[in-house]
Each structure stands twice: as structure tokens, then as C-alpha cells.
Write a protein that binds this ligand. Structure first.
Ligand code: HEM
Length: 453
């Protein structure tokens, strides 16, 4: 094909899988594989990973065409190993038609009422965690953020906030996340096999919780209860949208995976960027201390409070732009099509390379500079893709923002911190851009903090 995208599809059968896996093993993470080819070939190139031709695109115009998908030529596609780990009924794997039903049913978790309740609970949890930090302690931000976000998300989804069951669940989720980038080999002791076994254990736990709710009349004010009630109601009203048990379990697992690691990683990068940018931190602290004086001491933050933090919101956005937690978004090509002058074939996967767009100097001035004020002006279309765009945009956008803002408020109004290790090496095998050192910081209580936690 003369107008095929540039790039190499590597060896027959193997493609460039070996190079991709090697990049995962190196400290700069799997994105290095994409970046080096982008530098060599430009905004559009092709490769072959796991036997599938993959095209990477990194212009705002191609992002619009693919994510908006007005032509209907693209659909979401994950590699088979990821689909097996999250389950066939997951919203991540759903066909276009079924996706709408799933999004309607799952959308309730992100209603204003649900997020309001979540924000207060999350604030309580952050306050408790921060209270445990002593003056001069070295705190690993990633570990703290993983624990707090996991507890909060499991609490709102399945009412599990403490105890051994939660710890086991966290270990199993970690195991699944690490298996997502592994070769899909089912041999004993392979990373992938361990991920599948962890998935089975989680499915059994969710089954037990569901059956206790149904047969022992145990009721909780959480999302699982809401989904089970929808099934009950749907027996009387056939038009009501409802999920099967398999869909409920796969999607609860999906939301834990999609919500915890991403948000905890984002919080970690945010603390690092601020720790290394005194000017932005000073503006932020002034805004937040001023805000703290307006709320009664000891009260918990509300969703409404979070809408009154303009600079903090820009800090969140800028951290997400620079970190690009989900670096690219894959889509399956349903029909032969043309993009950027290149021919795409049906069956290929196209990946919108959000990270390249976030760091493109023609899209964002001085892209490597941490500058929240860049968002004072309206952004160019499709230039900020941290949560994706279009029909498959992140369902948890507002929940993630709420968690980041709450954490930020409590941190800057209670502590000063110094980043103890500025190494930006990424963790190997992590599905999302995650700092290997977890961002160790030395914390010091603010002398006259106005919001005693
Ligand atoms: C900072 C944190 C987060 C980031 C950066 C993030 C990023 C993203 C991105 C980029 C996508 C779209 C991928 C694509 O188009 O292929 C996505 C989808 C999704 N996210 Fe998030 N996310 C975050 C937090 C959350 C949270 C807290 C939840 C829920 C608890 C969540 C649930 C989901 C779900 C269910 C989808 C699939 C939506 C669909 O296919 O319709 N995310 N996320």
C-alpha cells in the first residue's frame, strides 16, 4: 500500500512485540516505545504488537476524528489480555449498542447526589490519614494515595472500607493491573496467569457479597445495592434498564481498576510538580488558606466547596496534562479509512497518542513547564485529553477531580513538604504512568494552619 503510514511492522508474527516488552522493562516505561518512533516517523506511524497492526496518531485533528467518531468507523478496542482480565461484560469491552445501556446504569454512581456524599466521605478519610503524619516524617505519597482512594472507591461501590477482605482485594487488584501488560501466557506462575487467578478470587468475593445481600437481607447504602435494586424493579417494569449479575461484577471490578490507580498516580504527580514549583504552590496555598477561613473548622468539604477553588482546579488540570496518566486510547478500525493522508485498514488498531498532544509545543506553549495559569484562557479543541473525549470519555471524571481537589486542599492547608527524591523513573509493568519511587516527601506541619484537620 503506497500511502500506508510510515513505520516498521517488525518480524513476521512477532512484529515489534519484543521491543515493546523491552520498553516496559526499562525505567522510562512503555511510552518510550511510542515516543522514539514518533520522533523518527512523525505524527502518524505504524507498528505491530501482539500480532496486531497498531497505528499511533498524535495531532488534535486526528484525535477529533477518532474520538468523536462521527463517521462510525472506529470502536473501542483493548488487547485480548486486558479484556480477559476485566471481563467480557466490562464497559471497556462493550459493543457500541450495549455500551449505551451500561453507561446509563453505571452513570448513577456519578450523579450529583452520589458525588456529594462521596466527597464528604473522602474528605473524612483524607483528614484521618493526614492526621497520622508527624512533623519531619518521610511520606511516600503514592502509597498514601493508593490506600485512601482504594478505601473510598470500594466503600462507595461495595461498602467495603476496612478489614482483611479489603487488603486481600487490594492485593488482587494490583496483581490484575500488573498482568495487563504481560504476554498472555497461561502457564503456571506467569504474570498473566496470576492476574487471571486474582480475577477469579475477586469474582468469588463479589458473588458472596451479592448473595448475602439477596438471601440474608443485608442492605447497604452503596452502588452494588443500587444495581441490585434495579434488577428487582425491572421484574415489575420490563422497560427499566438493568444489568445481569455478570455485568455487575465485571463493571465493579472495572471501576475499581479504572478509578484507583489512575487517581492515586495523578495525586502523586501533582504533589511532585507542586513540590518542585514554589511559585505555583504559593498561589495555591494563598487561595486555599483564604478558602479555609470561610468554612467552619472541623467541617467536611462539600461538592459545592470544590467549585470555588479556581486555581486548585487549574493545578489539577495542569498535573493531568503533564502526567498523561492514560497515555493513549486504542480504537479498532471498522472500515478502511483515510486519516492524515494515510490509509488505515479494517482490523487495525488506531491509538490516539494523548501524551504527545499534551507535550506538543505547537499545542501548548512551553509544554514541559508546570504552569496552571495556561488554563486561564480557553484551551484549543482536543488539546486536553486526560479523561479522553467523545462517547467513551471517562465516566469518573468528576469523581477523580473531587478526590484530587480534596487531597490538595487538606495537604496545602496543613503541611509544607519537600520532595526527597526527584527521580521521574516510571514503575515497570504499570498500566498507567506511575512514579517508581512513589514520590517520597518530608512533611512539616504548617505553623499556623487555619484548618486543623
Ligand atoms: C485521574 C484519574 C483518572 C484518569 C486520568 C482517567 C482517565 C480515563 C480515560 C483517558 C478514559 C478514556 C479512555 C479511552 O477513551 O479509551 C477513561 C475511561 C473510563 N474511566 Fe477514567 N480516569 C480516571 C479516574 C476514573 C475514576 C475515579 C473512575 C470510576 C470510579 C473511572 C472510570 C472510568 C470508566 C468506567 C471508563 C470507561 C468509560 C467508557 O468506556 O464509556 N475513571 N478514564
Amino acid at each position: 500500500m503506497s500511502d500506508a503510514p510510515p513505520g516498521s511492522c517488525g518480524l513476521p508474527l512477532l512484529g515489534e512485540t519484543v521491543q515493546f516488552m523491552a520498553a516496559i522493562h526499562r525505567g522510562r516505561g512503555f511510552y518510550d516505545f511510542v515516543q522514539s518512533r514518533r520522533l523518527r516517523y512523525g505524527n502518524c506511524f505504524k507498528t505491530n504488537i501482539f500480532g496486531i497492526t497498531q497505528v499511533f496518531l498524535s495531532s488534535t485533528a486526528s484525535a477529533k476524528m477518532i474520538l468523536n467518531n462521527e463517521s462510525g468507523k472506529f470502536t473501542k478496542r483493548y488487547i485480548r489480555s486486558i479484556a480477559e482480565l476485566v471481563g467480557d461484560h466490562s464497559i471497556l469491552c462493550a459493543s457500541q449498542q450495549h455500551h449505551k445501556l451500561l453507561r446509563t446504569c453505571l452513570g448513577n454512581l456519578f450523579s450529583t447526589a452520589s458525588l456529594s456524599k462521596f466527597t464528604r466521605q473522602f474528605d473524612e478519610s483524607v483528614v484521618q490519614s493526614l492526621e497520622g503524619w508527624g512533623d519531619g516524617d518521610i511520606v511516600i505519597i503514592l502509597n498514601e494515595a493508593l490506600e485512601i482512594t482504594f478505601k473510598a472507591i470500594c466503600g462507595i461501590l461495595i461498602g467495603l472500607e476496612d478489614g482483611d477482605e479489603l487488603k486481600t482485594l487490594q492485593k488482587d487488584i494490583d496483581c490484575i493491573c500488573k498482568a495487563m501488560l504481560a504476554l498472555p501466557l497461561r502457564l503456571p506462575w506467569t504474570r498473566f496467569r496470576r492476574g487471571l487467578q486474582a480475577r477469579e478470587r475477586i469474582m468469588r468475593t463479589l458473588e458472596t457479597i451479592t448473595s448475602e445481600r439477596r438471601h440474608r437481607g443485608i442492605s447497604q447504602d452503596d452502588f452494588l445495592q443500587h444495581l441490585l435494586a434495579l434488577i428487582e424493579k425491572a421484574y415489575c417494569d420490563v422497560d427499566l434498564p438493568r444489568l445481569t449479575d455478570g455485568e455487575i461484577k465485571d463493571n465493579i471490578l472495572t471501576m475499581i481498576i479504572a478509578g484507583q490507580d489512575t487517581t492515586a498516580s495523578a495525586i502523586t504527580w501533582m504533589v511532585k510538580y507542586l513540590g518542585e514549583n514554589q511559585k505555583a504552590l504559593d498561589i495555591l496555598r494563598a487561595e486555599q488558606l483564604h478558602f479555609a477561613k470561610r468554612i467552619s473548622p472541623g467541617s467536611r468539604l462539600s461538592l459545592e466547596d470544590l467549585s470555588q477553588m479556581p486555581y486548585a482546579s487549574k493545578v489539577v488540570k495542569e498535573s493531568l496534562r503533564m502526567a498523561s496518566i492514560v497515555p493513549w486510547f486504542p480504537r479498532l478500525v471498522l472500515q478502511d479509512s483515510k486519516i492524515e493522508g494515510y490509509q488505515l485498514k479494517r482490523g487495525w488498531t488506531v491509538n490516539v497518542d494523548a501524551r504527545s498532544i499534551h507535550l506538543d509545543p505547537s499545542v501548548h506553549t512551553n509544554p514541559h513547564e508546570f504552569n496552571p495559569s495556561r488554563f486561564d484562557d480557553e484551551s484549543k479543541p482536543y488539546s486536553f485529553l486526560a479523561f479522553g473525549m467523545g462517547a467513551r470519555t471517562c465516566l469518573g471524571t468528576n469523581m477523580a477531580r473531587a478526590m484530587m481537589l480534596v487531597f490538595l486542599h487538606r495537604l496545602v492547608t496543613s503541611y509544607e513538604w519537600e520532595v526527597m527524591d526527584s527521580d521521574s523513573t516510571l514503575e515497570k509493568w504499570a498500566m498507567f504512568s506511575r512514579l517508581k519511587n512513589g514520590c517520597p516527601v518530608m512533611v512539616k506541619r504548617l505553623a499556623d494552619h487555619t484548618t486543623p484537620v
